[in-house]
Design a protein around this ligand. Structure first.
Ligand code: GDP
Length: 321
């Protein structure tokens, strides 16, 4: 499977889709080709606004992304969406597919939507989402939206690959606030109380006020941006322009101050070490899988005959020789 970089740079959708399939492949020969391809497109990456979007199932993520995507297209920009395909968990990735999510956006020639099954990945975010994001940038997309379902760990991954993290919440009383993992709140750069419609406008405003108050108690993550909380109705298209405005203002503030560049550099460093760690671990498992010592030590640890640390040291000694 060889993918030439030029058609991707020319904006050929099918070439982009094939390239994403290549980087997602776990086959060893594919990995080598994917690396070569990514190296070739690297100079053409980095020009998009990278936005992570999270929220519990049913909060309105896909409705919001569709509204935001259509809005940025009206601004003359091209959005790419790395989305979660929730139905694939149930259907095993067959027929139900992602057909009904973001239908109008999917039909726009300016947009590109790439679903990942949520069942086989961490909240729809894979080890390769970052590479997919770079490929979309090389293909000329101006805004890359990375969606994840609110499961905790995946948010950290998304925050590690995007410039900005948007958290969608529903209107609700203070006890709802207790339910959100504090860690996720700490990642958010913009909090949107969605579904501020059908008589829930003032409830949404109250929730927004409570979150603003709660945010005062958190240490600010950036010196150049104060986390904003707003209400919106993705269904009615209310507050979408204000949300996009906030995204742009934050991007400008971080860019002007140099924070964007240093944040992306730090993310790339983290990415390098994650790759090293995961590749080493995969190699280790593959090599040790066929070694008797491995099974013996594992049994000994499971039976409580050997401390895990001792066994780990022995395994590493063996591997490094
Ligand atoms: P997701 O699971 O977070 O992607 O949520 P969806 O976008 O699929 O929305 C879940 C349900 O909430 C759907 O029935 C939507 O029509 C509805 N919904 C989404 N946004 C809004 C909104 O702003 N207001 C109202 N009233 N309903 C909404």
């Amino acid at each position: 499977m060889t993918v030439d970089s030029q058609p991707i740079l020319d904006g050929d959708r099918r070439a982009l889709a094939r390239a994403i399939t290549l980087v997602e492949s776990t086959r060893r020969d594919h990995r080598a080709e994917a690396s070569a391809l990514l190296e070739a497109i690297m100079p053409n990456t980095g020009n998009a606004i990278r936005v992570g979007i999270s929220g519990a199932p049913g909060v309105g993520k896909s409705t919001f992304i569709e509204a935001l995507g259509n809005h940025v297209i009206e601004q003359g920009l091209k959005p790419a969406v790395l989305t979660v395909d929730p139905s694939s968990t149930i259907s095993g990735g067959s027929i139900l597919g992602d057909k009904t999510r973001m239908e109008t956006l999917a039909r726009r020639p300016e947009a590109f939507i790439r679903p990942s099954p949520s069942g086989t990945t961490l909240g729809g975010v894979t080890r390769r989402s970052r590479e997919t994001l770079l490929l979309c940038e090389a293909a000329g997309f101006d805004v890359i939206i990375v969606e994840t379902v609110g499961v905790g760990q995946s948010e950290t991954r998304v925050a590690d690959m995007t410039d900005m993290f948007v958290l969608l919440l529903q209107p609700g009383a203070g006890d709802q606030l207790q339910g959100i993992k504090r860690g996720i709140m700490e990642l958010a750069d913009l909090i949107l109380i969605n579904q501020a419609d059908d008589g829930r406008e003032s409830l949404a405003e109250n929730s927004a006020r409570e979150y603003r108050h709660a945010l005062h108690l958190l240490r600010p993550r950036s010196q150049n941006w104060t986390v904003e909380v707003a209400t919106c109705s993705a269904r009615d298209g209310q507050g979408i322009d204000a949300a996009w405005d906030a995204v742009q203002r934050r991007q400008a503030a971080l860019d002007d101050s140099g924070e964007l560049a240093s944040m992306r550099a730090a993310q790339s460093r983290t990415w390098l070490w994650t790759e090293v760690q995961e590749s080493l671990l995969a190699d280790l498992r593959e090599q040790l899988g066929s070694v008797d010592l491995f099974a013996e030590l594992e049994d000994a640890v499971a039976d409580g005959r050997l401390p895990a640390k001792t066994a780990a040291d022995q395994l590493l000694d063996y591997f490094l020789k």
